[in-house]
Write a protein of this length. Structure first.
Ligand SMILES: [Zn+2]
Length: 277
C-alpha cells in the first residue's frame, strides 16, 4: 500500500483526484532543456507520473490512463490508488487523451488485451487516431506499442464514429471541458481546459515535463518531437492559463503537480504550487 499516493483539489463543483502512477526520478535538466541558462545550473528536475480523475457528481472524467499492467512493476500504481478510492473502471464516463505515449495509454488495456474502461466515451486528437493506423515504421508511436495500438484501433473503431470524439481544433467536448490542440510534444498532443462555477484548470499533459519549462518558455525541450513547435505551444498555454486565471497541471510534475503562473518578464513566469488535500 505504500506506493499509493493521492491528492485532491477542487475546481468549482468538481473534485479532482490526482493519483501517482509511477516515478521517473531526477533526470538532468540538460537532457531535456537546451541550452540550460546559468541561473538554472543547479536546478533539480523531478519527474513522476500522475493521473487525474474529475468527478462533478454527473460525470467521472479521466485524463489519460497511465502505464497499465504491461510495463513492469516500477510503474502502474494508479490502478491500486483508484481502487483504494472506490473508483471502478466501469464508473468512468469520459476519457480525455493528451497523447499516445505508453505511460499515457498503456492503462487502456488489461494484461489480456481487453478495454479497461468499458463504458467510457473517448476524446482524442484526429491526428493521433490516424497515427494509430500507420505502420510502426512511420515512427508515429514506439515500435514496442505496435500490438497495443493495433488492439486499441480494433476496440475503439466503432466508438469513435460520429460521436465528436475526434478533435482537430479547439472545441467543447463536453459541458465545461474544452479540448485545446497543443502540438509539438507528440502527434496530436492535446490539452484540456476544465471549467466549473467560474474556476478553471488547464491540464497540459506532457507539454511541459517540469514547471521549469513553463517558467522559461523561450527554451526548447529536445525530447519533444518538434521542439520549436512545442516551445511555441508552451508559450500559448501559459498565456492562456494567465488570461483564463486557470490553475495548471502537468502529467509529470511533482505531485500533486498543480500550480498557478504569473508573468515575470519576456518568456519568464513564476510558478506557484497550489496546495492539495
Ligand atoms: Zn508522459
Amino acid at each position: 500500500m505504500s506506493n499509493i499516493a493521492t491528492h485532491r483539489i477542487r475546481v468549482g463543483a468538481c473534485e479532482c483526484l490526482i493519483v501517482k502512477d509511477g516515478t521517473a526520478g531526477n533526470p538532468n535538466l540538460d537532457e531535456f532543456m537546451q541550452p540550460v541558462p546559468p541561473e538554472l545550473a543547479d536546478y533539480e528536475m523531478f519527474m513522476e507520473g500522475g493521473l487525474m480523475l474529475i468527478d462533478d457528481a454527473d460525470r467521472r472524467i479521466l485524463l489519460d490512463a497511465g502505464n497499465g499492467p504491461n510495463r513492469g512493476p516500477r510503474t502502474h500504481a494508479a490502478e491500486a490508488a483508484f481502487a483504494a478510492a472506490d473508483i471502478t473502471p466501469a464508473s468512468v464516463d469520459i476519457i480525455l487523451l493528451t497523447h499516445g505515449d505508453p505511460d499515457h495509454i498503456g492503462g487502456l488495456l488489461s494484461a489480456d488485451g481487453a478495454l479497461v474502461y468499458p463504458n467510457a466515451r473517448f476524446i482524442l486528437h484526429q491526428d493521433l487516431w490516424e497515427a494509430w493506423h500507420a505502420p510502426p515504421e512511420a515512427g508515429l508511436y514506439f515500435p514496442s506499442q505496435a500490438a497495443a495500438v493495433r488492439r486499441l484501433v480494433e476496440l475503439l473503431r466503432d466508438r469513435l464514429v460520429d460521436t465528436g470524439s475526434l478533435v482537430d481544433t479547439e472545441c467543447e467536448v463536453s459541458p465545461g471541458i474544452r479540448a485545446i490542440p497543443a502540438l509539438g510534444h507528440r502527434v496530436g498532443h492535446t490539452a484540456y481546459l476544465i471549467e466549473s462555477s467560474g474556476q478553471r484548470l488547464l491540464h497540459i499533459g506532457d507539454a511541459a515535463f517540469d514547471p521549469v519549462f513553463l517558467q522559461h518558455t523561450g527554451i526548447p525541450n529536445v525530447r519533444d518531437t518538434s521542439p520549436e513547435q512545442a516551445r511555441d505551444t508552451r508559450r500559448m498555454l501559459v498565456e492562456r492559463a494567465i488570461a483564463e486565471e486557470a490553475a495548471v497541471v502537468g502529467s509529470h510534475f511533482r505531485l500533486p503537480g498543480v500550480g498557478k503562473l504569473t508573468r515575470r518578464g519576456e518568456d519568464r513566469y513564476t510558478w506557484i504550487p497550489v496546495a492539495s488535500n
